[in-house]
Write a protein that binds this ligand. Sequence first.
Ligand SMILES: Nc1nc2c(c(=O)[nH]1)N[C@H]1C(S)=C(S)[C@@H](COP(=O)(O)O)O[C@H]1N2
Ligand SMILES: [Mo]
Length: 556
Amino acid sequence: MFTRFSPAEKAVHFPPDRRVYIGLQLRVYVIIGVLLLLTMGVAWLQYLLYGLPADPSLSLSAPGPGDPAGFPVLICLTHWVNFFFLTLLVRSGLSILMDHPRLYWNNSCEPGSEWVRFTPLLVPKDKLWTAKEDARYISPLIGLPGYRHTVGIARCWHFLHVPFFLLNGLVFVVFLCCTNQWLRLVPVSWQILPDAWKVFVHYATLHMPEEPNGFYHYNALQQFSYFGVVFIFPPLAMLSGMAMSPAIENRWHWVPKLFGNRQGARSVHFLVMLGYVMFAVIHVSMIAATGLARNMNHITIGTDDPANPTGLYIGAGIIALFIFTCVAAHWISWRRPRMLQHAEAWLNGTLWKLSINQFRPKGYYKKEDISPYFWANGKLPDSEEWKGLAGNAFKDYRLKVGGLVDNPVELSLEELMKLGKEETITMHHCIQGWSGIAEWGGLPIKAIVDLVKPHAEVTTVVFYSFGEGLYGGVYYDTHTLDNCLKPASILAWEMNYQPLTAVYGAPLRLRVENQLGYKMVKWIRSIEFVASHTTVGKGYGGKNEDDEYFDLLANT
Ligand SMILES: Nc1nc2c(c(=O)[nH]1)N[C@H]1C(S)=C(S)[C@@H](COP(=O)(O)O)O[C@H]1N2
Ligand SMILES: [Mo]
């Protein structure tokens, strides 16, 4: 390891149990089996019964004056830029995935209901097993930054590249459409489907179809798959990515519904990644199998020459650059994580603030949607103070509210309850990937704001917990005053119509529905109104923001 972890970090990021495991539900094996039968099976049957179908590439007309000839510089450039962004997105995405190594099609994420798990562990039923304990290790050779529970840094990489990935794709597609290059990728007749099948029967039965002149056009299956990765996968990835955002889920509920639900979107996001990886493996193999030097000349310098080695040299250079960027990304992840966090805040923090953070949460869920299971997270407070209060059913609890306010107060639970109550049924989104729907009952934060009268310079509200963070020290988080005043922003003492239990944050916890779970402080001890989050803790806006490089604004 050339990463230096402190003992505490090592215990979290580099645990003794680093087993690799992939467990699929039985029905997933059945679906994979059926898919294989419908493709490979049918292809072999056709071949054995009727012989190889006619190769559609043989009837391709010779390139005419209207056909795209060769590869313009912009196509070559965007192709390679895309390669770099995509690998970064896949690698950081895998790191994020391993923080909650289970994929579901249901919103409750009940252990055992996942269709695939990347952990050998079954969730114990006889003791508390938090989502953080469930996180798994992934090698830094595969994940970015890899190791275990590095979701903060992984998200910086992932989100930082999303705008550039989309921009690069946009340049590529606009350029395609402004030239006749689109003819190369976009099928213009339904004939593509039977033709692609015929080509597939060739490959599936281990026959190489005739290679069309790739400088002018592709075979039908090749065109079909290129069309898919350029025009189908990106919108799917984008929509399924957006569908995982709490700010979008709680306002534009139809976005996650496109995928069934929020976890369906997460599963689709994963499957698109898998599709990209499978495509890349086949793509690179075919490039090598059908004339490596010539193909490399096409896509690097845009010339058609089977003998010239320039493309190969450039290809080797690209591989070297790729390895260099992987090493550099690893170095930045562990030696300059704050730089990453700042860049992420500067770019995405700003973009979110101007867009999705503005949405006002709306209620969608009904009583029957409440999740039968709800993952728990965080360390139960073990201070004598909290234990003493809990021992007496929090009768002596006083919520302290102060800071830059005209009227600081201390309120008992009973007094809080007298100030008002709002009930909401909403979806909780943990940064790790799981979700759950619950009813929350409590006092709108607005009532507290009205009571204490914050000064004009207040922008931020700090919520301090009785509990500690992952690496010790008081757990706290901050919210903009603006988000605290949004609908469904409450101090909850009730969950699913029952008094809040110890595990879920008794006596009081926060709900701010356009944010991720780590901003919903449990076991609230006090509230402080401040002019800026930078004066609290290490100054990044929360315990996880300070210690784990999470986003200050957690809209997605
Ligand atoms: N005090 C405190 N509050 C906390 C945490 C914590 O570790 N300590 N974890 C947060 C995270 S990461 C999540 S996802 C939610 C989990 O809430 P739940 O246990 O009710 O599911 O609590 C949040 N509030
Ligand atoms: Mo979380």
